[in-house]
Write a protein that binds this ligand. Structure first.
Ligand code: UDP
Length: 329
């Protein structure tokens, strides 16, 4: 039987590259696409020698052409950290809106099933905890996160419209904070920030008083959830994340213990619109997909720390805290 063909956008990024690995190991023909603005070819260079892998350097915000048949599309192209939204806000808006539109058009033309990467950011700074899929969110459209949050909300809307109006088979995953090997050490997210600071012998920067919460999911668990969702018949949004919630202050203490650094936690101003709490309600994922996370934070952090330590020196770059200054205007 001919191999199933899958297009993965954002393929050189953190999640995209793990998805490439998973679908290669399931014997798919993987067509990887990325414009390398935030992605890094080092994440997928081990796949280039395979005959069932090909790569296109392309920005999906412009017309997307893929020769031949397509069975599935996974749209994972997007900047995904607050520092990136500040640096490249227009691209962030375009890839979630125009990019999604182009790919839905492609899915329709090829009769492919399309899964889009949505986010817990559609809930904004939530007024309820944990967040179920039925919660509509509390989002500031004109704040620094608006370019991401609103693009992702539009992405869900146009995906549902293609599903109901054109009959395209669609799936929507709402991804909560995820971590693991291949995260960019300088993307400004809290986990690479803390681990990078510990490795470089700097103090760990806690934003605000550190009482805000997050719930961190290990990447292998997330990929398994996405895999199951793609092959389910459920077209509505599904939260995938780890409900094990922790304050950022406690998280900083865990990183200090894990790395054995003698540095301290220091505070910095809280960025504008930083959500106070975030924890997925995963009832739907449990019931519909039979999925729940398996990797504890202790286990996942250990693997991730080993990965960051193994990186070449030039990658252990500094994160630019001046980039956060715009947040507090
Ligand atoms: N954060 C922090 N120090 C840092 C980077 C982030 O305290 O150096 C905080 C940030 O304010 C937020 C949480 O950690 O409350 C998670 O931030 P991240 O950017 O990883 O993702 P978010 O969930 O906010 O999109």
């Amino acid at each position: 039987m001919a191999r199933k063909r899958i297009l993965i956008t954002g393929a050189a990024g953190f999640l995209g590259s793990h998805l490439c690995d998973r679908f290669i190991s399931e014997d798919f023909h993987v067509i990887a696409m990325d414009n390398l603005i935030t992605g890094d070819l080092r994440n997928i260079e081990h796949l280039f020698k395979l005959e069932n892998f090909e790569f296109y350097n392309h920005d999906v915000s412009t017309f997307v052409h893929v020769p031949g048949e397509l069975d599935y599309i996974l749209h994972f192209a997007s900047p995904a950290s607050p520092i990136d939204y500040l640096k490249i806000p227009i691209q962030t808006l375009k890839v979630g809106s125009l990019g999604t539109h182009n790919l839905l058009g492609l899915a329709r033309a090829k009769h492919a099933r399309m899964l889009i990467a949505s986010t817990s950011e559609v809930y904004g700074d939530p007024n309820c905890n944990p967040q179920p899929e039925e919660y509509w969110g509390n989002v500031n459209p004109v704040g620094p996160r608006g370019v991401y949050d609103e693009a992702k909300r539009f992405q869900e809307a146009i995906t549902m419209a293609y599903h109901t109006f054109h009959g395209v088979e669609t799936r929507i995953v709402r991804i909560f904070n995820t971590y693991g090997p291949r995260m960019r050490l300088n993307d400004g997210r809290v986990l690479p920030a803390f681990i990078g600071q510990a490795i470089r012998g700097e103090d760990l920067t806690v934003f605000g008083d550190g009482s805000q919460t997050r719930s961190f999911c290990y990447v292998d668990d997330l990929i398994e959830g996405i895999y199951r969702l793609l092959f389910s018949d459920y077209p509505y949004p599904v939260n995938i994340g780890n409900p094990d919630e922790i304050t950022i202050l406690e998280f900083g203490e865990e990183i200090i213990k894990l790395t054995g650094t003698d540095q301290k936690l220091v505070t910095r101003p809280l960025p504008t619109d930083d959500p106070k709490q975030r924890r997925p309600d995963i009832t739907k994922a449990r019931e519909i997909l039979g999925w729940e996370p398996k990797v504890s934070r202790a286990e996942g952090l250990k693997i991730t720390y080993e990965y960051f330590k193994s990186l070449p020196k030039d990658i252990i770059e500094k994160i630019e805290h001046k980039d956060f200054a715009n947040y507090n205007k």
